[in-house]
Write a protein that binds this ligand. Structure first.
Ligand code: 7RM
Length: 626
């Protein structure tokens, strides 16, 4: 093999579900539906499917049609009939370290049922949307599972988003109910989530009720008739620990999750009960070799797809013990994560390159202070991992014993698409090859495959069970965005290259999506936030390489007459974006510009701004307006 290769140890091969990767890949290639049917058979169905894959209306693919199922039943109820009843489902640690809470599968079930009964009592019915906006606390998991259990569609909004982003997602989803908490803690600082909800709810006529979980205990205004403390509701007779599971069609919606694309309006990615369940279960099991002894820690927030698939649903489907931590990596000290791995005996640790790079900077002494011998496997997600960070993670955290699973996937794919398993030889920075049943290609503008080692558009050729089904309320945009450019192939929006060993190397997005510290944001959303400021006539946002964040946001603003380009105004505009869209979207810099480069048809040429900012050649300027 070419380049630097890390071969799997005999030990990781011996422990792996998939000992012969090539053989399983070959069987899935020959019989895609048979491969997925066999995996689906390991889960519980109220009624089995008539058809594994229905592609008669592609690209609106359907999986396991005719089947009756509920993902929440597979996450919780099925385990109660086994020895797992008393096993820990969830261990949670607060940011301040003052409290940890644990839930067995038995008590998880009681929590989910209680929440489900309360949601039902609020008038929420099958198919209704519920927006969930809270910090990383156990109740966010209960709320998601409770919605799934009664057939409501959850829409989780990341707690790092603010008023405008939340408002748009609540009103677009036409949610009846909001589940939130009073506040959350971020590096010791209070984020007033309930206050943000209150502001967002002006002009959201569909919302009837707001359930508020008490987390921080600070004073919050409660609107009579609309807002209810969760603990008060829990005291009511309806809030008992038993609730029947709604029997769903495999293709019934499970959740929508808003994600950024090329326009200002975020897309509501829709996932379903059956296929999403089979996809997340299978990928987590095979890629992280999850077994009963594992303590699995995914550092993602439930507000992103990684949190949905691999903090909540996937691990519960495999019956693992989940570790969930409220805080971030370096608070109060840069050893926080390593200390938690030691204290809770975490065996599989799944995080993002940006966190690894940030922690690397504090030096090896911090992790070396801790016994990390419980670790068996490591994982990376969200953006390309640079080889330097990969090697540090491998050597300093994994002690050269733990393979790193670099998993490439998207909100849209629902599950890992390009990823190794523990028996696959690794190359730092590459996600290796497509998962079983998948084929990927690198194409040029015209749709022809490019030669090895050449950059092009990454596309996926086969359908997979956890694929999004559509964009909620916007099926045309679904077809347009993902299936139009190369008919019959799924367009990922990423550029990549494939090497001579068939390994894929992701380069980055080809559209106006930026990954800031692994968080997916759209330049258009940032521009929409800027334009609401009275001084801004026009603006452009771009992503530029950043040593720790991967990419950082840079904005160029053309001011309205009468406003002076000062340092203070620049700072005010950064704050403005943070206040409206969320602290995660705070620009690195806001610069003032007399004239934005535009095409003759008036489109901002972000590529030119990007090149200029980096001192690179500006490329073809023939379409630039005079
Ligand atoms: C899981 C997630 C999707 C975009 C995707 C890529 C980038 C994600 C990797 C990666 C290189 C990886 N969903 N991306 N994982 N790039 N290596 N392992 O992040 O919808 O929020 O973002 O993230 O550009 O298109 S997402």
């Amino acid at each position: 093999m070419e380049g630097e290769v890390y071969y799997p140890s005999q030990d990781s091969i011996a422990k792996s579900y998939v000992q012969d990767w090539e053989a399983l890949a070959e069987s899935a290639r020959k019989d895609l539906q048979g491969f997925w049917a066999e995996r689906a058979d390991e889960l519980f169905w109220f009624k089995k499917w008539d058809k594994v894959l229905d592609d008669s209306q592609k690209p609106f693919f359907k999986w396991f049609t005719g089947a009756k199922v509920n993902i929440a039943y597979n996450c919780v109820d099925v385990h109660l009939q086994t020895y797992r009843k008393n096993k820990l489902a969830l261990i949670w640690e607060s940011e301040d370290g003052k409290s940890d809470r644990t839930f067995s599968y038995y008590s998880l079930n009681r929590e989910v049922c209680r929440m489900a009964n309360i949601i039902k009592a609020m008038g929420v019915e099958k198919g209704d949307r519920v927006t969930i906006y809270m910090g990383r606390i156990p109740e966010i998991m209960f709320a998601m599972l409770a919605c799934a259990k009664i057939g409501a569609i959850h829409s989780v909004v990341f707690g790092g988003f603010s008023v405008d982003a939340l408002h748009e997602r609540i009103s677009d989803s036409e949610s009846k109910l909001i589940i939130t908490c009073d506040g959350s803690l971020q590096n010791g600082k209070l984020v007033e989530l309930k206050r943000i909800v209150d502001e967002s709810l002006r002009h959201c006529p569909t919302v009837e009720n707001v359930i508020v979980v008490k987390r921080t205990g600070h004073e919050v205004p409660m609107e009579a008739g609309r807002d209810h403390w969760f603990h008060d509701l829990c005291a009511l007779p309806i809030a008992n620990g038993k609730c029947t599971t709604e029997v769903m069609d495999a293709e019934d919606p499970l959740f929508i999750l808003y994600t950024s694309g090329s326009t200002g309006k975020p897309k509501a990615i829709l996932h379903t009960h059956g296929g999403y369940m089979v996809g997340t279960y299978t990928t987590l099991k095979y890629v992280f070799d999850i077994n009963d002894e594992d303590r699995f820690w995914c550092t993602a927030d439930p507000g992103w797809i990684t949190g949905h698939s691999y903090l909540v649903y996937g691990p519960l489907l495999t019956g693992a013990t989940i570790f969930m931590f409220e805080g971030g990596p370096a608070f109060p000290y840069p050893n926080r994560w390593w200390q938690l791995i030691e204290r809770f005996g975490v065996s599989v640790f799944y995080t993002a390159p940006t966190a690894i790079r940030a922690l690397m900077r504090f030096g090896e002494a911090w992790p070396n202070k801790h016994d990390l011998s419980s670790l068996r496997l490591l994982g990376s997600v969200g953006e390309p991992i640079n080889p330097e960070a990969w090697k540090w993670f491998h050597r300093v955290i994994g002690k050269e014993r733990c393979p790193i699973m670099d998993t490439w996937w998207q909100t849209e794919t629902g599950m890992f698409m390009i990823t190794p398993t523990p028996v696959v030889p690794l190359k730092p920075g590459s996600g290796t090859r497509p998962f079983f049943g998948q084929e990927a290609e690198i194409l040029d503008e015209q749709g022809n495959p490019v030669a090895d080692d050449h950059e092009g558009y990454l596309v996926l050729k086969n359908p997979w069970p956890a694929m999004m089904r559509t964009l909620y309320k916007d099926p045309d945009r679904y077809v347009e965005t993902y299936w139009k450019k190369y008919p019959g192939k799924y367009m990922t929006g990423d550029s990549a290259r494939r090497d001579k060993d068939g390994y894929f190397w992701i380069i980055g997005r080809v559209d106006d999506v930026i990954k800031v510290s692994g968080h997916r944001l759209g330049t258009a959303e940032i521009e929409s936030a800027l334009i609401t400021h009275p001084a801004v006539a026009e603006s452009a946002a771009i992503g530029l390489p950043h040593e720790v964040k991967g990419q950082a946001i840079y904005c160029f603003v053309h001011l309205k007459p009468g406003f002076a380009p000062t340092e203070d105004l620049s700072e005010e505009l950064r704050q403005h974006v943070a206040r409206h869209l969320g602290p995660i979207a705070r620009p690195e810099e806001v610069n003032f510009i007399d004239k934005l480069p535009k095409t003759r048809s008036g489109k901002i040429m972000r590529r030119v701004l990007k090149a200029r900012a980096q001192g690179l050649p500006e490329g073809d300027l023939s379409t630039l307006e005079e």
